[in-house]
Design a protein around this ligand. Structure first.
Ligand SMILES: [Zn+2]
Length: 314
C-alpha cells in the first residue's frame, strides 16, 4: 500500500514469491486438551473453540471457568481433582456434553437447574465421587440418558426418590456413603454393575413400621390420592407449586395405589442381584443384600404384606 501510494511503478515492485504452506505448518483445529497442573493452566489465552475433550485436573480451580462454558462442541469435560464448591447453572448450556467428571472436588450439591437443562438429552457419564454431597434433588432422575453414575465417597443420606426412572443406567456406584436404606423404586433399575459397599445399612424390621396414617384420611390426602390414581391432569396453573411437587413424589403402595403424606413405611431386605448382574459385596461379611423402603396406603395393605412376610419366614 505504501509503495502504491507513492506511485511506484507496478513493474518495479519488489514482491516476495508466494510459497504454499506445507501440510505440517497448517494447524488442525484442536479437539483435545489435557491440563494436569496449575502451571499449565491458560490464564490469558482462551480455550480453542473447537475443543471436544477438555481435562483440567490438579489445577486448584475453586469454580468452573466461564471460558469453558462457551465451548459448544465439548463432549467430555474432566475437572477432577480441583476445589470446586458449586456448579454454575450454565454448564447445562453445553449442549453436546456427554461426560462430566467432577471426582475429588468440594461439591456440596447438584442443582435442580442442571437436572432441567439440556444435559437431560446428552449426559451419559457423571462422576461425582469424592465430594461432600448429602442429597441429590428429586429432579436428578430427569437425566434420562445416564448410563454411568459414580457417587462414591460422599455424604449421601439417601438416593433420589425416583432413582428407578433412570432406565438407561447400567453402572452405579455409591460406596462409602451414609445410606441407611434404598428408595422403594430402586427395584426398577436394571444394572450391569452395582457397588454399595460400606454404607451403614439398617437392619430391616418389617414388624416395626413407621406409621404416618390418619384414619379417616384427611380430605387433602384423599383428593391427592385420587388425582394420582385416576391420572387427573394437574399443573401449576391449577395448584400451588408445593402441592404439584408433593404429587410428583407420591409414594406407591404395593397394591398400586398412591399415597402422599398418610402411609405406613417399613423396610424389607432385597438381594441386589435382583437389579444388577454384578454386585460388589455391601460389607466385609460377604452380603449382597440391602434394605429397601416399602410404603402401604392402608392398614389392610400392610397386614396383607405382614401375613405374606410371616409365612415366608416361618
Ligand atoms: Zn395399598
Amino acid at each position: 500500500v505504501r509503495l502504491a501510494h507513492r506511485g511506484t511503478d507496478v513493474e518495479a515492485l519488489p514482491l516476495s514469491v508466494l510459497v504454499p504452506a506445507k501440510t505440517s505448518e497448517v494447524e488442525k483445529p484442536k479437539t483435545k486438551m489435557i491440563i494436569t497442573s496449575r502451571r499449565d493452566y491458560p490464564l490469558t489465552k482462551n480455550f480453542p473453540y473447537s475443543l471436544e475433550h477438555l481435562q483440567a485436573s490438579y489445577c486448584k480451580l475453586a469454580r468452573v471457568d466461564m471460558r469453558m462454558l462457551c465451548l459448544k462442541k465439548l463432549r467430555k469435560l474432566d475437572l477432577s481433582h480441583n476445589h470446586i464448591k458449586k456448579l454454575p447453572e450454565t454448564i447445562g448450556d453445553l449442549v453436546s456434553l456427554q461426560e462430566l467428571n467432577l471426582h475429588n472436588n468440594h461439591l456440596e450439591s447438584f442443582c435442580v437447574a442442571l437436572c432441567n437443562s439440556t444435559l437431560q438429552k446428552s449426559l451419559q457419564f457423571l462422576d461425582l465421587s469424592q465430594n461432600k454431597i448429602k442429597a441429590l434433588p428429586v429432579q436428578f432422575c430427569q437425566l434420562q440418558e445416564l448410563i454411568h453414575l459414580k457417587l462414591d465417597d460422599n455424604e449421601l443420606i439417601r438416593l433420589p426418590f425416583k432413582m428407578g426412572q433412570l432406565s438407561q443406567l447400567r453402572f452405579l456406584s455409591a460406596a462409602r456413603n451414609k445410606l441407611p436404606f434404598l428408595p422403594s423404586d430402586f427395584r426398577n433399575l436394571s444394572l450391569e454393575k452395582l457397588d454399595l459397599f460400606g454404607n451403614p445399612f439398617e437392619q430391616p424390621n418389617p414388624l416395626v413400621p413407621s406409621i404416618q396414617l390418619k384414619i379417616p384420611l384427611t380430605l387433602l390426602e384423599s383428593a391427592a390420592r385420587a388425582t394420582v390414581n385416576y391420572r387427573i391432569p394437574y399443573g401449576r396453573h391449577l395448584l400451588p407449586s408445593h402441592l404439584c411437587e408433593d404429587l410428583e413424589v407420591a409414594k406407591t403402595c404395593q397394591c398400586g395405589n398412591a399415597c402422599l403424606s398418610c402411609f405406613i413405611q417399613t423396610t424389607v431386605t432385597m438381594n441386589l442381584h435382583y437389579v444388577a448382574h454384578t454386585v460388589v459385596l455391601v460389607d466385609n461379611m460377604g452380603g449382597t443384600e440391602a434394605p429397601i423402603v416399602c410404603y402401604f396406603c392402608s392398614l389392610t395393605c400392610y397386614s396383607q404384606f405382614l401375613d405374606r412376610y410371616l409365612q415366608s419366614n416361618r
